[in-house]
Design a protein around this ligand. Structure first.
Ligand code: ATP
Ligand code: MG
Length: 390
């Protein structure tokens, strides 16, 4: 297997040698059964957090109150979590308390879906009390236990079910889906950051359209910020979650910035979305060198994809973005061979807002091939046009 699995196996071996039980559990097991690449390989153990820390030389407390210790071994770093059960849920979000236990079965019972409640031992045998392996074979998402109760405990699980259906193309069982319908309103209790993290994964899923149909049909969408019209998503497919957010933004109309901010996108994420949305708008009257200059290739590609989805009736240079950008007379502002100091010297004038405006005018003239990026030529051009209204 891959490196992450080897690191996890090394950790399990050491815990076993110290007399504890340890397994790989959760997403990594599910993804291995699906032959999908794993990202985090999580280990669960009957050792208490302090016991885990005593077994290994290098550990980092990353969530000790939830029983999670990061263990660093030569093969990599592994999150090790003590078997636990969740205490009472009173806010539809988080248990008030967690209890460390020595039983794997109890730990698996607190997990959301059967496919996420499978453990694998170092010898390769599965621990599967809830029929997860069979559900994976049948491509089914099923709550562990009583779906209504599980969603009442933590409302995010409803959105996770739909996100997994997008990611894996699985079917949600009728009773699990019915429970989502019944309890959809509880999603309002969930922090926006957690919802965003699920949508991040939903956008890049293989079955986004049918997932959004489920969001809408279950009533969940009504309690999420923004509009989710399933039909808009029929042909949507991307590997970049930010393209998902950009498309979502585009579908929201004028208030898209408020809506995305509500999901707590970072400034960097917002900047990308804004670039794509404005590039998309600009495409309606065609892109000039100015656009090829100010947007990245990735942003322009995303805007073209969105134009395709919106069936924008203009030609878009999908295949030629790279080429057109490569042909630009200059790619970055820093490549401009004159600067503000040059303008002050040549004009003999005092500094002011005109300096920036003039540099911008020079840049535009160069991008439009009216002027080469050459000091002497620029100087002459300025003398001819006047420094004010260059
Ligand atoms: P991904 O591949 O997206 O990371 P994952 O299954 O690993 O999917 P995580 O959020 O990383 O999802 O959680 C790891 C495991 O923890 C899950 O497989 C599941 O067993 C359990 N889990 C996570 N979130 C919840 C939850 N809200 N309720 C119950 N169990 C959960
Ligand atoms: Mg995970």
């Amino acid at each position: 297997n891959n490196k992450e699995w080897q690191a996890a196996y090394a950790v399990i071996e050491q815990l076993e040698q110290a007399g504890f039980e340890a397994v790989i559990v959760g997403g990594a097991v599910r993804d291995a059964l699906l032959q999908r690449p794993a990202h985090d390989v999580d280990v669960a153990t009957n050792a208490m957090p302090e016991e885990v820390k005593a077994v290994f030389q290098r550990t980092v407390d990353i969530g000790i109150q939830h029983g999670t210790v990061l263990v660093i071994v030569p093969a990599g770093s592994v999150e090790v979590t003590t078997y636990r059960t969740d205490g009472k849920y009173t806010d539809h979000r988080r248990p008030e308390q967690v209890y460390f236990v020595r039983s794997l079965k109890e730990d698996l019972q607190r997990r959301d879906f059967t496919m996420n409640a499978i453990a694998i031992r170092r010898d390769g045998s599965f621990v599967d009390f809830y029929g997860g392996v069979q559900d994976i074979e049948r491509q089914i998402i099923r709550a562990v236990g009583e779906p209504q109760q599980r969603f009442a405990e933590d409302a995010l699980r409803m959105l996770r079910a739909i996100r997994f259906s997008a990611q894996l193309g699985f079917t949600i069982t009728a009773d699990t889906l019915a429970a989502i319908q019944y309890q959809a309103a509880d999603i309002a209790f969930i922090a926006k950051e957690r919802i965003k993290a699920e949508l991040d994964k939903l956008w890049v899923g293989q079955a986004v359209y049918s997932a959004i149909v489920k969001l809408a049909d279950s009533g969940l969408a009504a309690y999420l910020t923004g509009h989710f019209h399933a039909e808009d998503w029929r042909s949507f497919k991307t590997e970049d979650r930010l393209v998902g957010w950009a498309y979502f933004a585009l579908l929201q109309g004028a208030s898209w910035q408020e809506i995305l901010r509500d999901y707590r996108l970072s400034n960097k994420e917002m900047a990308f979305v804004k670039a794509v949305v404005t590039a998309f708008e600009a495409l309606k009257s065609g892109w000039t060198n100015q656009h090829y200059f100010m947007y990245t290739e990735q942003e322009l590609e995303a805007a073209c994809f969105l134009a395709q989805l919106r069936q924008l009736n203009v030609p878009y240079p999908q295949q030629r973005i790279h080429e057109l950008q490569a042909q630009l007379p200059l790619r970055h502002k820093q490549e401009l061979v004159v600067n503000g100091a040059d303008l002050l010297k040549w004009s003999g004038r005092m500094g002011g807002p005109w300096v920036k405006a003039t540099l911008e005018a020079i840049l535009q003239a160069i991008l439009q091939h009216e002027l080469p990026n050459d000091r002497q030529q620029i100087k002459k051009w300025l003398e001819h046009n006047g420094f004010d209204n260059a």
